[in-house]
Write a protein that binds this ligand. Structure first.
Ligand SMILES: Nc1ncnc2c1ncn2[C@@H]1O[C@H](COP(=O)(O)OP(=O)(O)OP(=O)(O)O)[C@@H](O)[C@H]1O
Ligand SMILES: [Mg+2]
Length: 286
């Protein structure tokens, strides 16, 4: 009995994978991923970010020179992890690619836009490449949280993020198009579930972002979106909105998280990102 329990603990990795997802561009996926990662690190958690977007915006925020990533990027690591692609393998190992800091990062580069094409020829399950890569390299035992910044598409990179993920954060802008977009996204999660290869991750939070509180119409849209999410998913799980804040633009221009600033004008943003970290921590504890 005792022996059995110990075995289970060894086999079940502690780390959780959390993709930031929305197929719509410019809703704050990268911003939320970067600052939430730092909020978790502030709580003493070991955090790795993986840039799954060929735009490589997250890598740039971490100060990585993406013109030099080429062999040292998530794309190469994923290629290396597929046995069938031997002719494309390089000698680089995961530790050659991880850039260490308060939060560690595996950067992306433009070559990631060729992921779908590169993987088209393989016969092993293309949806599980990232999941298997994380498992093989024991990254779920090395980190408490692995946050994935995803591109604004519903392509193979995003399907890989979903299949590797345990809990999802969905930033969105409360406008006319969001309802349709979110429904499309939930349809896609159901499609992945129907494939029967993995259990799709739970949606931990929807984050209304870039909200302009002077616009009455946005308030109304947000209200309707909350209702729609509640009806579709059973509960809305929508956190307090992030307003359009010059402080976020300023911190990102300096490649810093909001926690690098201690002035009073940042305290509300600190609180909001701590709230997201708390949601993740509470979910993980249960
Ligand atoms: N609450 C906010 N206040 C002000 N600016 C913000 C806020 N959230 C995000 N931004 C800015 O909006 C732009 C888009 O944000 P971000 O890059 O995080 O979106 P994204 O969803 O990752 O975009 P993409 O889909 O292209 O990857 C960025 O310039 C970012 O600095
Ligand atoms: Mg982005």
């Amino acid at each position: 009995m005792f022996f059995k329990k110990v075995t289970k603990n060894i086999e079940t990795p502690r780390g959780k994978v959390i993709p930031f997802l929305n197929q719509k561009g410019g809703v704050g996926k990268t911003t939320m991923c970067f600052n939430s990662a730092h909020a978790l690190a502030q709580k003493g958690k070991r955090v790795l970010c993986i840039d799954m977007d060929p735009q490589a915006n997250l890598s740039l925020l971490f100060g990585v020179d993406t013109s030099e990533t080429d062999q040292y990027s998530i794309h190469q690591l994923l290629v290396n992890s597929v046995r069938e692609l031997k002719s494309l393998h390089s000698v680089c190992l995961v530790d050659d690619v991880i850039v260490e800091g308060e939060v560690d990062i595996i950067p992306a580069g433009q070559e990631l836009s060729g992921f779908e094409l590169t993987m088209a020829a393989i016969s092993s399950p293309r949806q599980l490449i990232l999941k298997k890569f994380l498992e093989k390299n024991d990254l779920l035992n090395r980190y408490d949280y692995i946050l994935l910044d995803c591109p604004p598409t519903l392509g193979l990179l995003v399907v890989n993020a979903i299949c590797a993920g345990h809990g999802v954060i969905v930033p969105f802008r409360p406008d006319d198009f969001s309802k349709k977009g979110l429904n499309h996204f939930y349809d896609m999660l159901e499609d992945v579930q129907d494939m029967g290869i993995v259990d799709v991750p739970e949606i931990l939070a929807h984050v209304p972002n870039l909200v302009d509180n002077r616009r009455k119409v946005e308030e109304q849209d947000l209200h309707e979106i909350k209702e729609m999410i509640g009806e579709r998913l059973g509960e809305d799980r929508v956190v307090n909105p992030f307003y359009n804040r010059a402080q976020l633009v300023k911190s990102q221009a300096s490649k810093k998280s909001v926690f690098d600033y201690s002035s009073k004008e940042y305290s509300h943003l600190h609180q909001q990102f701590h709230e997201i970290a708390d949601i993740i921590e509470t979910w993980n504890a249960n």
